[in-house]
Design a binder for this molecule. Sequence first.
Ligand code: PHE
Length: 335
Amino acid sequence: MMDILQAFDEYESAALAAIDATTSPEQLEQVRVEYLGQKKGKLRDLQSLIGKASKEEKPAVGKRFNEVRTRVGSRLETQLTSMTSRKSAREASFDVTLPGIVPRLGTLHPVTKTIVQFRELMGRFGFEVVEGPELEDERHNFEALNIPDDHPARDPLDNFYIATAAAGSDGPVLLRSQTSTVQIRTMEQQPPPIRIVSLGRVYRPDAVDRTHSCMFHQMEGLMVDRHVTMAHLKTLLTLFARAFLGPDVKIRFRPSFFPFTEPSVEVDMKWGDSWMEIGGAGMVDTNVFRAVGYDPEEVTGFAFGLGIERFCMKHFEVDDIRRFYENDVRFLSQL
Ligand code: PHE
């Protein structure tokens, strides 16, 4: 009998030590299976020892067996409770009502916002948005636009020439000085009728000041069809400006000159008390139609080029164009 009781004692102290050594509920569960498991646990081995005791010894052995089983079981319980209560104490120290750390979300740049809005508005007037390259050749930036070789607009000092002749190109390459290049690219690729806008960057080596930047954005518009007139142009620009800035906006034309339009006008917009120049426009010159293979006897068209920053500055009440390009988030995030 002494052997049996000793086996009980050994089992008990081993089980209690194993329980005390655990640090996670998972470990504790392993210990439980090892010592108390119904199928292979060490307790089953102990139970079979009871059968080996003599009739007189059995009550004492049985009593001790129950005692050992209860002790190990309740130590297991206590260990589990202390583990989970430690965990919930840690959780309680985390105050879910405290304000969190809000991630800073980026927004679109004000010029991009304006571009998105312009595209949307012109889309409603039935104008398709097309893209053109910023690196151009002289044909698209000048020649097909009726700007001859000796025209001052082609002066190397007034343009950003990049290369005298790039690989695969027929001549000098420059950063486009106007989006009118896209008029040519569009008409070269498709027959009339045309109704497109193209919005993007243009580059000019101007002295930088409050209203000038060597890079800015234009929206080019082109409509070619039978019987397109200047009245269509003025109506479209008026509706567009009103849709963007409000019903009290007025549009005025002043006579001007561009090689690729005839007649040509400067477009002014009145918003509030003052007139502001927003771009150039006119009826597409017959030489331009000829350059792209359109028949000037068949079609007429208007074209316009608006400075996007002008609108953007007015809209957001910004008085210095340079602010848009300084990448100062403290400024940009206010718009
Ligand atoms: N391309 C001209 C400029 O940049 C603007 C313009 C476009 C004028 C279309 C007439 C027609 O100044």
